[in-house]
Design a protein around this ligand. Structure first.
Ligand SMILES: *Cc1c(COP(=O)(O)O)cnc(C)c1O
Length: 394
């Protein structure tokens, strides 16, 4: 495994050793219930409070506006279901985009089954939501808009601040949620500057523990809990707190925010180098997503005439971990809903490969991966039944 080149950081990241260090005591000797009325309980409650303050400080909100959850999926579910179903029996309208994570899209579908109205915005070719389309989709009963901060497959960064400003101008109270699971690693997540009412984060996307997330909910936002029971998380998410997870989550977010600026510069240089090499050295390729509004660590290309799964298998044989479509769906052979939504035909969408860079990625490793990729594409094309040139090329 030591020779593995891991280029799938948008799927998950390894737990940082510094994070594991601060979690350890809370998994072993310090395992008290923060509700306990004894010294261990008080100390645990205090540590929980400190972790919440750390997260709140980074997001620029009040500690009471943070709900710890079991991950990005739960945060997204709580945001959508919590706001749309805040008052039993009421039906509302919600707007989201066609390139959201399935934690949003499938939840929106479920809300539609319950009688809510859902509008799904088509995106531009680069994956961006257009404000014009959003304006047209607003209805009298629109209650919630949920647009991701940055896309997990193609890395497109959405104009969240502009969307927030537009919603403000409507003069109606329309809540704005953003899935910042990918954005949170590389971009400034100040909720006030962005103007969002709800924001989802996931620990394992920034070298924190799996199964840990958070949802920012601006005070005054009506939210119906999805997990009821004890009064934990200000009565909005019941269950004995995962203290080690929460402490690890806060530490990982703190480290991510400390390194954010320098890593963004380093990774975007690597990204641009890789994009340039692939475009120069491999024929009939298409960069998926935006040049300008792109996460620093995302490279996503379609290769004409080859299947993404075939490329992945060959990369894996050579110790390179990459992805096609999104990790959650790579088991099924459907083309990526994100790449199809950007207007790519099936001939292109099936041959997409995503490299997502991270802490351990160096220029040397990335160059090695591209060298291997070149050979693999040439080989797969030599045995492919698909015509060697895409329509419209020569
Ligand atoms: C990974 C991811 C999720 C899901 O987060 P989990 O913590 O794995 O549940 C949600 N949204 C986006 C954009 C993601 O990349």
């Amino acid at each position: 495994m030591s020779k593995t080149i891991y280029l799938d950081h948008a799927a998950t990241t390894p737990l940082a050793p510094e994070v594991f260090e601060v979690m350890k005591p809370w998994m072993t000797q310090e395992c008290w219930n923060p509700g306990g009325f004894y010294a261990g309980g008080f100390a645990t409650k205090e540590a929980l409070g400190r972790a919440r303050e750390t997260v709140a400080e980074i997001l620029g909100c009040m500690p009471g506006e943070i709900i710890f959850t079991s991950g990005g999926s739960e945060s997204d579910n709580l945001a959508l279901r919590g706001v749309m179903n805040a008052r039993p029996g009421e039906k509302h309208h919600m707007i989201t985009s066609s390139i959201e994570h399935h934690a949003i899209l499938h939840t929106a579908e479920d809300l539609a089954r319950d009688g809510h109205e859902i509008s799904i915005l088509q995106v531009e070719k680069d994956g961006r939501v257009s404000l014009e389309n959003l304006k047209k989709a607003i209805r009298e009963n629109t209650k919630l808009v949920s647009i991701m901060m940055a896309n997990n497959e193609i890395g497109t960064i959405q104009p969240i601040k502009e969307i927030a400003e537009f919603l403000q101008e409507t003069g109606k109270k329309i809540f704005l949620h953003t899935d910042a699971v990918q954005g949170g690693v590389h971009l400034d997540c100040n909720v006030e500057k962005m103007g969002v009412d709800l924001l989802s984060l996931s620990g394992h996307k920034f070298y924190g523990p799996r199964g840990m997330g958070a949802l920012f909910v601006k005070s005054g936002t009506p939210l119906r809990p999805q997990i009821t029971g004890g009064g934990q998380e200000y009565n909005r998410r019941a269950g004995t707190e995962n203290i080690a997870g929460i402490i690890g989550f806060a530490k990982a977010l703190q480290l991510a925010s400390e390194h954010r600026k320098s890593e963004a510069i380093r990774l975007s240089q690597l990204r641009d180098h890789a994009i340039e090499r692939i475009q120069k050295e491999i024929k009939h390729v298409q960069l998926n997503g935006s040049h300008e509004h792109r996460l620093p660590n995302n490279i996503n290309f379609s290769f004409w005439g080859v299947e993404g799964e075939g490329i992945l298998l060959k990369l894996d044989e050579r110790g390179i971990c990459a992805s096609t479509g999104s990790a959650c769906t790579s088991a099924d052979l459907d083309a990526s809903h994100v790449i199809l939504a950007t207007g790519q035909g099936h001939g292109w969408a099936h041959g997409s490969i995503r490299f997502t860079l991270g802490k351990a990625t160096t220029k040397e490793l990335l160059d090695k991966a591209i060298d291997e990729l070149k050979e693999i594409i040439a080989y797969l094309r030599s045995i492919s039944p698909v015509p060697p040139n895409p329509p419209g090329s020569n």
